[in-house]
Design a protein around this ligand. Structure first.
Ligand SMILES: [Zn+2]
Length: 239
């Protein structure tokens, strides 16, 4: 398992930069867009803040792309991840001399919340709560990889686990129309689901351009975009 994940991130580094234009997004393009989509950055006024929701879709895509785990093994691993929502936070302030002071794990822990409706849900205390060992291990492996990739930024990235359910109800469903919000100090970042990365591209009937699955009209010529789903008849009349 450990080697599989290490290999996975080495291959990620290589593939993330390759971009091709195709009718539909390749798994690499999906993962690339998903990563961008799930990261909120604030680098204005000497701030270095990153809020990164690492959704289960991210792990699922990464593992499938890596290829060292079979479909069954991936499905099993996804079951392990299911009870958790993972959020990474980097919070630094740059001094006048250019040194960055980073917030400590525990300080961030006090201020990071996910929202269920308007209810604030706190991060699980990893010292007190029982966390699945595979999930703890995943985060332990991920951190040095990020450190290798990003240097001090990676080593000051902190991971928080939240419960995926509140009173038996999923806080966010990544595959359906839904909203997900992270609140950290004065920051409030909201995501609209499903992820753009996971929506099929739409083709414009007028200019034939491939467009984001989120668009309802072509931004070039205003033509209404019809998704494939709408072309399928809802029900066939019974004979
Ligand atoms: Zn068009």
């Amino acid at each position: 398992m450990r080697t599989a994940i290490l290999l996975l991130f080495c291959s990620l580094l290589i593939t993330l930069s390759s971009q091709q234009s195709q009718a539909q997004r390749s798994p690499e393009q999906k993962l690339d867009l998903l990563t961008t989509e799930t990261q909120y950055l604030d680098t204005a006024n000497d701030k270095m803040l990153m809020l990164w929701w690492i959704p289960n879709t991210f792990w699922e895509l990464s593992l499938a792309m890596d290829g060292s785990m079979g479909a069954e093994e991936i499905a099993e691993f996804m079951e392990t991840l299911k009870p958790y929502i993972i959020v990474a936070v980097l919070d630094g302030n740059m001094s006048a001399l250019g040194a960055v002071k980073y917030q400590e794990y525990n300080d961030i822990q006090q201020n990071i919340f996910i929202l269920s409706g308007e209810e604030k849900v706190a991060a699980l205390d990893r010292n007190k709560e029982k966390i699945d060992p595979s999930v703890s291990m995943l985060l332990e492996i991920f951190k040095p990889i990020l450190t290798n990739m990003l240097g001090p930024m990676g080593s000051n990235m902190n991971f928080y686990l939240f419960p995926a359910e509140l009173e038996g109800k999923l806080i966010v469903n990544e595959k359906k129309e839904d909203l997900f919000t992270i609140q950290y100090k004065e920051y409030r970042q909201e995501w609209e689901l499903p992820f753009e990365a996971m929506l099929p591209l739409k083709a414009c009937g007028q200019c034939d351009k491939k467009l984001s699955g989120r668009y309802n009209y072509c931004p070039y010529d205003g033509k209404k975009l019809v998704s494939k789903k709408e072309l399928i008849p809802v029900a066939l009349p019974k004979k």
